[in-house]
Ligand binder design. Sequence first.
Ligand code: C2E
Ligand code: MG
Ligand code: MG
Ligand code: MG
Length: 279
Amino acid sequence: RAKSEGRNLYRFFEPGMDATVQTRRALEADLETALPRQEFDLDFQPIMNIESGEIVGAEALMRWHSPTRGTVAPDNFIPVAEETGLIVRLGEWALRKACAAAAGWPSALRIAVNVSAVQLKSSGFARNVISALAFSGVPASRLELEITETVLMDESETVLKTLRQLRELGIRIALDDFGTGYSSLGYLRRFPVDKIKIDRSFIRDIGNRDTAAIVRTIIGLGSELGITVTAEGVETEMQLDILRKDGCVEAQGYLIGVPSKATDIVRLLKTTVAVGQSG
Ligand code: C2E
Ligand code: MG
Ligand code: MG
Ligand code: MG
């Protein structure tokens, strides 16, 4: 009996594995055609200076509107695009699209673009960045590139060189999801960074005494090092109040504004100031 059960299990499992592979292949194929079919889009989420209450920039967030799958979240397709290598072209598209949008905004607004490790390590990355800026007419000083700590994990000399080159042009480098990596402090010591974005998991739990102490320490660290600190995922007035008291420079999150269309960012400029001044 056990033997036949085992056989059934085996028969069930085998096609199941095939299905997983097939599902994955289908996703890869859909992703590949999505770029020429113009199924990708960017949303923009405002970033606020806490002290002044002013919107100082926006982060570009990629969206995939698939005709068969609906809207797919970046966490569900970026890792696949990284594996297939599509991220290099996709990232270049995002960079150009984001700079083009920023060209239509007031010149005080910065544009933040997420950059994948694969993209940063690809040859010609710096050249693509320079070209996107030149084509849009957006000065380098308005561009911020957000990299996650995993990008820096292999500590390659190439990455370091690229980051230095970009910074020399006046582009800012932000460390995204700060505090979630293996060696957050180590990276700060070795890599040229202009900004830290405190991961939203810390802001979510900022009501907890220990978490509040960690956030306060990161803010202090940033100020000691002359690095701008941005809090991600700010959803409540209470969270913003704590961050303000701790001297956090910038805030981003649903309280300030949800990711929205490029043209809505300009409209948002007035309404969000009220949020910043209410505390
Ligand atoms: P991220 O760069 O850390 O972006 C912030 C994420 O938090 C976004 O998720 C945003 O919608 C979400 N968020 C913002 N405010 C709040 C809030 O108050 N509460 C909560 N719960 N969430 C908030 P999204 O758009 O799903 O993007 C997920 C990740 O995908 C990004 O994390 C980034 O790592 C990656 N990503 C997005 N666009 C691109 C891109 O163009 N290129 C690359 N390489 N990665 C991208
Ligand atoms: Mg980001
Ligand atoms: Mg983040
Ligand atoms: Mg993230």
